[in-house]
Every structure is written in C-alpha cells, then in structure tokens.
Design a protein around this ligand. Structure first.
Ligand SMILES: Cc1cc2nc3c(=O)[nH]c(=O)nc-3n(C[C@H](O)[C@H](O)[C@H](O)COP(=O)(O)OP(=O)(O)OC[C@H]3O[C@@H](n4cnc5c(N)ncnc54)[C@H](O)[C@@H]3O)c2cc1C
Length: 170
C-alpha cells in the first residue's frame, strides 16, 4: 500500500466533520486532531454500534478468508501501524490500552475442520503470511486448557510478519 501522503498545512483542511463515533470515526477524528485539523464529531449515540459489541480480537491473519486478496495490503499496513497507534491513544488518554500480543492458535475439532484449516493455511502462506502447522500435541503444550480431542491446529506467531519486504514507510 502506498504510504500516507505528507500533510501540507497550507492546503490541508482546517476543519473536518466526522459522522459516527464508533471505532472508525473515533480513530479518524483522533488522527485528524493529531494533524492539526479541528474536528466535529457527530453521533446521536456514541459507541453504541458494532464497536459496543466487538470482542476485541485483532486477527489480520488468523481470520483471513478466501476472496479478500485485494484487502491484504491494507490488512498488512494496519497490522504494522497498529502498535504505534495504540501507544498514541494510551499516551493521549493516560489509560492502559490492554493491547496484548500473544500468538494465536486456531484449532480444528474434527478431521474436516483440520483439512479446511490446512487449505486456508496454504492459501495464507502463498500470500506471504506467516502460518505454522502444528500437531495436536504441540497445540496442547501451548494451551493446556484445550479439550482432550481435536484434530489439528495452526499457529500464527506473536510478531506479525507478512508480505516479505513490505514496509509501510519505504
Ligand atoms: C458481535 C461482534 C463482535 C465483533 N468482534 C470483533 C473483534 O473481535 N475484532 C474486530 O476487529 N472486530 C470485531 N467486530 C467488528 C467491529 O466491531 C466493527 O468492524 C467496528 O466496530 C466497526 O466500527 P465502526 O466505527 O465502523 O462502526 P460502529 O461501531 O457501528 O459505529 C457507527 C457509529 O455511527 C453512528 N451513526 C449511525 N448513523 C449515523 C448518522 N446518520 N449520523 C451520525 N452518526 C451515526 C452510530 O450511532 C455508531 O455509533 C465485531 C462486531 C460484532 C457485531
């Protein structure tokens, strides 16, 4: 994805109106303010939509689905930019973000699940994503609370590595 163009203050808008104070509107308003733009945020019910329901998982690779190829550069860029963004939010709010970066396990309950996981992992790998096939034994070692019977697992490492050579700021 192309890097964000530099902001030229003589041509940048001085005032923006953001409609919707969910995650996207709030993040947009936050970043605009950081760039010196005055923001009016309009929402009759702030943070009442999908944002209120979200489980908080960040899965730019683990939740990849077929047919999303055109989104991969944006997903990769977001994954790379996110830690710095969340630090900025914490610094501005003075609150801990709760952002955690443990690796992710996806487990197949039966052999059909395990096969479709392997297929998806192959597709993800072909797109440059880092995915490890691991055995049930290895998965249980990583997560002892797993149910006694399952058919296979894939693991996404803690550090997101994606699209060799990709850099948001080339
Ligand atoms: C059950 C559930 C679980 C989820 N879990 C995850 C997860 O684990 N990880 C993840 O990444 N994503 C998750 N998501 C998706 C995630 O919640 C959304 O992608 C994200 O919250 C979208 O944010 P948003 O700001 O675009 O929309 P919203 O949060 O829906 O915000 C839209 C805002 O716009 C306001 N609005 C609507 N109309 C107007 C108008 N005319 N004028 C002004 N304001 C208006 C609404 O009041 C609302 O506050 C989950 C979603 C759901 C439903």
């Amino acid at each position: 994805m192309a890097p964000m163009p530099p902001v030229h203050h003589h041509s940048a808008p001085r005032h923006a109106v953001v409609a919707g104070a969910g995650l996207i509107g709030l993040a947009t308003a936050f970043e605009l303010r950081r760039r010196g733009v005055a923001v009016t945020l309009a929402d009759p019910r702030p943070a009442s939509g999908a944002t209120h329901a979200a489980a908080g998982m960040l899965a730019p690779i683990a939740e990849t689905q077929y047919g999303q190829e055109s989104l991969y550069p944006l997903m990769a860029a977001s994954a790379v930019e996110y830690p710095a963004f969340i630090e900025r939010v914490s610094a501005a709010s003075g609150l801990p973000s709760g952002y955690r970066t443990e690796e992710t396990l996806v487990v197949g309950v039966d052999s059909a699940d395990a096969h479709s996981l392997q297929d998806l992992a192959a597709h993800q790998r072909a797109a440059g994503m880092h995915v490890d096939n691991i055995t049930s034994r290895e998965a249980r070692k990583l997560e002892p609370a797993l149910a006694p019977h399952f058919a296979g697992a894939i693991r996404f490492p803690r550090i997101i590595r994606w699209i060799p050579g990709y850099s948001p700021h080339p």
